[in-house]
Design a protein around this ligand. Structure first.
Ligand code: SF4
Ligand code: FES
Length: 364
């Protein structure tokens, strides 16, 4: 008889879920999905040992477990804390968490330049999203920001250390995907930097993945830098027969031109399959690829502003926004408003419509 797998119960933001032992709070929250999942700037499910660096994923454990129901006195990093049976966790339902996250964002932005308008990562930057959700209008930091020179890491990658938040993801990529890691975080504290020896790891076929895992614009694709804003491009899923990697990618196109090739990402912004440098940097013609169709982009993302040809819009939008229910009362705007007169062809009038357009002979 197959051995029964024991699951344990955890409640996050009042939603209870059964998970396997060994699951972390963050993984359990992602199983529930939506806003219940804390943000994660350093944890990456596909990189062993990641997490525990940025503290954006802090949560409040209001009940430790059924065996020991005492709350945990301090907020904990959800990416590094395993769930216990009966544990109760608060994420967005905790004011302490929101307050702490605001503080973490302020710390992350101490030295991070506010150069989103000229940063290639703008529009797909996790720190930018976090800044909008938790950031303050101004900074309390009065000192000179820490800055570094830009550093070309070979022909394909540029390191802009000034933007780095020291999440270590790129170090884990080099460690776990390439034969030999030759870069890391040098120095400590304010002087800590990803540097010096990273060039030496560039010969490896998979080093381009550091660009995709970088949550900010510290590591960017030199073949795409300043070519376009990401929200003007159209992402499509495509694949090719590749002897080195899965060959499953996202092409970022403008018209027929392929401006950038990246790995495909899941709803948490993590790479689904690592791709090789040849697919990423050398295959920049649409003819190199078999196009599968538009990439599914979260509709809240600025990238979804791109319009797809052939997009199917619902015919009955009223029922769609009302969750399938039909409205009880529907008024025709033309019959209840003198302003919106159906007899006026707005397309035929010169300039914008004014009240004179609808009522050219007002009563004295
Ligand atoms: S360069 Fe990017 S991926 Fe590497 S540690 Fe800095 S922020 Fe993280
Ligand atoms: S994601 Fe948990 S500490 Fe960074």
């Amino acid at each position: 008889m197959a051995e029964e797998i024991k699951t344990i119960k955890v409640t996050i933001d009042n939603i209870t879920i059964d998970v396997a032992p060994g699951t972390t709070i963050l993984q359990a929250a992602r199983m529930i999905g939506g806003d219940v999942a804390p943000p994660a700037m350093c944890y990456y499910s596909k990189l062993k040992g990641s997490g525990g660096k940025c503290r954006t994923c802090l949560v409040e454990v209001s009940k430790g477990s059924n065996a020991d129901p005492r709350p945990m006195p301090k907020l904990v990093a959800s990416c590094r804390t395993g769930v216990m049976d009966g544990m109760e966790v608060k994420n967005i339902t905790s004011e302490r968490v929101i307050d702490a996250r605001n503080g973490v964002v302020e710390f992350l932005l101490l030295n991070h330049p506010l150069d989103c308008p000229i940063c290639d990562q703008a529009g797909e930057c996790h720190l930018q999203d976090l800044g909008y959700e938790h950031g303050k209008e101004g900074t309390r930091y009065e000192f000179k920001r820490r800055t570094f020179e830009k550093h070309d890491l070979g022909p394909y990658i540029q390191l802009h250390m000034t933007r780095c938040i020291l999440c270590y993801r790129c170090v884990f990529v080099a460690d776990q995907l390439t034969d030999k890691r030759v870069h890391g975080v040098l120095s400590r504290g304010d002087h800590a930097e990803i540097a010096t020896y990273i060039e030496k790891s560039l010969n490896n076929d998979f080093i381009g993945n550091v660009i995709d895992v970088c949550p900010v614009g510290a590591l960017t694709d030199r073949t795409f830098r300043f070519k376009n804003r990401v929200w003007f491009t159209k992402p499509v899923d495509a694949h090719r027969e590749c002897p080195t990697c899965s060959g499953k990618v996202t092409l970022w196109q403008r018209g027929d031109e392929v401006l950038r090739v990246t790995a495909r990402k899941d709803e948490w912004g993590e790479v689904k399959d690592w791709i090789c440098n040849t697919c990423r940097f050398d295959k920049k013609h649409a003819g190199d690829w078999v196009i599968e169709g538009p990439t599914k982009i979260n509709r809240h993302s600025v990238i979804s502003q791109g319009h797809y040809v052939g997009l199917k819009k619902p015919k009955e939008t009223v029922a769609a926004v009302m969750g399938g229910r039909e409205p009880k009362l529907l008024m025709d705007i033309h019959s209840v408003s003198e302003v919106n007169s159906p007899g006026i062809d707005l397309g035929a009038i010169p300039g914008p419509a004014t009240s004179d357009t609808f009522n050219p002979n007002p009563k004295p």
